[in-house]
Design a protein around this ligand. Structure first.
Ligand code: ZN
Length: 916
């Protein structure tokens, strides 16, 4: 689905992407909190004899297993570090650090040259086996230090030691200093680290590539009043005056990017899971807000110990709530860092906040195995790290919180990935990364993470849950404390299943795109149906010159309550018997496949007649596919709107979310056209029955999904100008002004956003005063975000000034960019001018993602406003040439949207006219 302007704001690569897959993000509904991911299961019935047909698939070269010697990377493999002893003395105020380091080395060949990574560092007192060296050259451009020895050193064990001066960063890369506003109003300062992918070298010189695993013994000298947290427990602590030196136990063998240190005025709460000390750290005074997260971590750790068949191997597992830093979280082994907003739960938190915390924790804890215990050999397979963690998290969330409908809602993630993968310029999930400095930019988050996760989901369903788990267990056992390629995982799954998993996976991972499966029904004289199936790549525009082919696991359901059966589509023209001609039919039952389906007119008519009775996944699949078909051919729009109208007041949250996303897209296209008012009325009419059924106030026994659905439809009616909804929101806001408890946390953003949209100066100032007075960061973000939806141009100027002002606390700096993006909905010129004039300020909190945000998010937000050729020139002037493919993808989406817009408006107007 391409319609949404903002869908991808939050999508950032690497591990900080958890919160980011906030696929329902929408300018009007910035508050509809949760980053839902769905993950419906194919029934295990799917484990049929599908692989016998593989010979028909275009063969792709199998991915080889990991080998250290052939792993990509810039560093020579002849000198390998085995242990680091690192002692650092950071000066947080001066933003400098001093370090002493000793590295045990294994020379695999005789050499007189040692090369490793460093950045912004000066080395001194460099000794090799205790003796001076010939030369030391550090290049920040290359991010390398080369030490030349006085003569060749023999194969075997050696030691390199040195001291160095380095920098503490202001943004979250390397070791960084974080300012924050304490809850008592005072100023706080702490130190933390963020190394993935290539920033350990900013804190200590090292072999900063993931296949160079080693042990680490870290000690840090910091203010004595501080607590210090690292990957391993404290071994000893020695105070000397105002400072104290904390030495941590030696880690197991691990990659550099997972090393962690946080120091500050922090406090801990803890619990035990078997032998593991589970801790939760927050700035002092907020640690009790981590109680929910601590309980989550205990549950998840126990479940994963069982699932992976390999007990969590470190003595402790800490979750550390950092005020600010970066969004999302980072899976440092034994010391996971989180933006505190993703972890701490206060009285102001919503159900969505709780879901976000659990889902991010489930993702990060999965990395403790896939990522930390077993690490991808090179950044090409980062997709596997991330897709795996999200896939495993979805299972865990569903198991522990079944009434969240998590897997069903992951349909949003799947649609986000499918929209991105429908572009001709889409990359394959797996792409070669030759240089680690490109690792952070070479990924398209929608593809790398979203599609990868959905392909794993499809594979698990195909192989069966238990078979898949057995393969994962064997994989963990075989590769613990080591590195792998995706080929190693496919091999483990092939062994557990007896099937050639690599051959199937390759078609989906190594090729871009996905198929559109066409279904054409024939009826015989007795009314029995046979369907003929064919496939071609689904593209927004143009034809697939490469004639890409997939083996597609179909799940075919006839009627509304029969179990689906599986068919592997391998050849065009393949036929399957499919019940009676008057029955509804799905070939992507439960919506687990990563493909689209186009039904012939008669079958689609059957499905529309039975729409409200269809199983939820089948219904969602129809909506998704019919909308996507309408986007590439607006003549299909009436068929989509007929499905939407057939919903009536059916309680199906994800289906409604799909519908309101689509209606919202058209409503946005219709703005400033003569048909806008009539279309908005039509959209309101579609949603009205379900809104009337749900009302404003929840019932005690409602599931979280129904609560979300209520807020969703009320928000839409408010955005589409429903007078009754707007009046009720104003009534509730008046109560809220007098009593901050008058609206429960979950409903506040809904009410405040509706009220702020049409606010006059007095109302705007009331809301602003409420925001200014709050000390709770969850509330602060919510209240300021609401201000950004204001329509009045003068008040929008005020909103812009507020977003850039010191009112936004230091730890919420990243929100500034989101606020300015939010203004674009009603005030694109103001937003664009502010964005371009303050680019450095707005991107400062996300240094690693600068290029990804510019190339990916900018065209989706401003493509409607800035002439596209001009926009492309601007984008290319702001990113390195390595990012031009990402710019091309962003521009392809923006150009398609412009093409789509005019046709969609005409089609929608025709539909509205035909209804009167
Ligand atoms: Zn991750």
């Amino acid at each position: 689905m391409l319609g949404k302007l903002i869908r991808a704001w939050n999508n950032l690569p690497l591990c900080a992407q958890k919160a980011p897959l906030k696929n329902t993000y929408n300018k009007k509904r910035a508050f509809l909190e949760i980053p839902m991911r769905s993950n419906t299961l194919l029934s295990t019935a799917l484990a049929g004899a599908l692989l016998s047909h593989y010979a028909h698939a275009a063969p792709l070269p199998p991915q080889p297993p990991f080998s250290f010697d052939s792993a990509s990377g810039r560093l020579p493999k002849n000198v390998v570090p085995t242990d680091y002893t690192i002692a650092i003395v950071p000066d947080a105020a001066a933003l400098t650090l001093r370090g002493d380091e000793s590295v045990s080395l294994n020379f695999r060949a005789a050499t007189d040259t040692i090369a490793f990574n460093s950045l912004n560092m000066t080395l001194d007192h460099v000794l090799f086996d205790g003796k001076p060296v010939k030369a030391v050259v550090s290049s920040d451009e290359q991010q390398l230090t080369t030490v030349t020895l006085t003569r060749k050193a023999a194969v075997g064990k050696h030691t390199l030691s040195f001291s160095y001066n380095g920098k503490i960063e202001r943004g979250p890369q390397g070791m960084f200093a974080q300012n924050y506003a304490r809850q008592d109003g005072g100023k706080g300062l702490l130190l933390s680290t963020k190394f993935e992918a290539t920033d350990a070298r900013r804190m200590f010189p090292c072999w900063d590539e993931p296949s160079f695993r080693a042990t680490f013994k870290l000690s840090v000298t910091a203010p004595a009043a501080w607590s210090g947290i690292a990957n391993m427990p404290v071994e000893k602590r020695v105070q000397h005056g105002a400072l104290a030196t904390t030495t941590f136990q030696r880690t197991p063998k691990m990659p550099t990017y997972l090393v962690e240190y946080t120091g500050g005025d922090m406090a801990r709460i803890g619990a035990k899971v078997g032998p593991t000390d589970v801790g939760l750290w927050a700035v002092r005074g907020q640690e009790q807000d981590g109680a929910v997260a601590l309980a989550n971590a205990q549950q998840i750790l126990a479940d994963y110990n069982d699932y992976f068949g390999y007990p969590y191997p470190l003595p402790k597992l800490d979750s550390i709530a950092i005020p600010g830093g970066f969004s999302g979280a980072m899976e440092n082994w034994g010391a996971i860092t989180y933006n505190d907003q993703a972890l701490l739960i206060t009285k102001s938190s919503t159900l969505g906040d709780r879901q976000t915390a659990f889902s991010i924790q489930a993702h990060e804890l999965a990395h403790q195995w896939n990522g930390d215990l077993v690490t991808m050999g090179w950044w090409d397979d980062l997709w596997l790290n991330e897709s795996f963690a999200s896939w495993r998290a979805a299972k865990e969330i569903d198991a522990r919180n079944p009434n969240w409908d998590w897997r069903e809602n992951q349909d949003g993630t799947r649609e986000y990935a499918m929209a991105a993968d429908a572009r001709a310029s889409s990359p394959a999930v797996q792409q070669h990364v030759s240089n680690e400095l490109e690792a952070r930019s070479a990924f398209d988050p929608a593809i790398t993470y979203g599609k990868g996760q959905m392909v794993l989901t499809m594979l698990e369903a195909y192989l069966g849950d238990d078979t898949f788990r057995d393969g994962i267990r064997a994989y963990m056992k075989a590769h613990a404390y080591s590195n792998t390629s995706a080929g190693d995982l496919w091999n483990a799954l092939s062994l557990s299943s007896g099937r050639d998993v690599g051959a199937l996976a390759a078609l989906w991972i190594q090729q871009p795109g996905y198929p559109l499966v066409s279904v054409n029904a024939q009826c015989d004289a007795a009314g029995q149906r046979t369907i003929a199936l064919s496939q071609k790549r689904f593209l927004l525009q143009g034809e697939d010159a490469a004639h890409t082919h997939w083996n597609v696991p179909l799940q075919i359901r006839v009627g509304v309550d029969a179990a689906p059966h599986t068919v592997l589509l391998t050849e065009d023209g393949q036929t399957v018997a499919a019940g009676r001609c008057d029955q509804p039919l799905s070939v992507n039952a439960t919506r687990v496949g990563f493909f689209r389906v186009a039904y012939d007119a008669a079958t689609l008519a059957n499905n529309t007649r039975a729409f409200a009775q269809l199983p939820r996944g089948d219904r969602i699949a129809l909506l998704d596919d019919q909308w996507a078909l309408s986007e590439i051919d607006p003549d299909q729009l009436p068929a989509y709107l007929a499905l939407a109208s057939a919903m009536g007041d059916t309680l199906n949250q994800r289906a409604w979310e799909q519908i309101t996303d689509a209606l919202d897209t058209i409503e946005t296209f219709e703005r400033n056209t003569p048909g806008h008012a009539a279309f908005a009325a039509t959209a309101r009419a579609v949603v009205k029955p379900i809104a009337d059924r749900l009302g404003w106030d929840g019932k005690a026994d409602e599931t979280p999904g129904i609560q979300r659905l209520r807020r969703r439809v009320l928000a839409d009616l408010g955005a589409w100008g429903d007078p009754a909804v707007i009046a009720e929101a104003r009534r509730r806001f008046a109560l809220f002004v007098a009593d901050r408890n008058a609206i429960k946390a979950d409903d506040q953003a809904l009410v405040l956003t509706i009220v702020a949209r049409d606010a006059d100066a007095a109302t705007f100032e009331q809301l602003h005063a409420i925001a200014r007075a709050s000390r709770n960061e969850t509330e602060i973000r919510r209240y300021y975000a609401a201000l950004m939806s204001v329509r009045d141009p003068q008040l929008a100027l005020q909103a812009r000034d507020i977003a850039l002002s010191a009112e936004i606390p230091a730890q919420a700096a990243e929100q500034r960019r989101r606020f300015i993006f939010a203004l674009a909905d009603e005030h694109p010129k103001l937003s664009w001018d502010t964005y371009t004039e303050n680019l450095e300020l707005l991107l400062a909190s996300s240094p690693q993602y600068r290029s990804v945000i510019i190339a990916g998010n900018t065209p989706s937000i401003y493509g409607d406003y800035v002439p596209l050729d001009e926009l492309e020139v601007w984008l290319k002037s702001k990113v390195p040439a390595a990012m031009y493919p990402n710019v091309a993808r962003g521009m392809e989406s923006a150009r398609f949207k412009q093409h789509e817009k005019a046709l969609m408006v005409q089609a929608a107007d025709r539909y509205v006219a035909s209804r009167h």
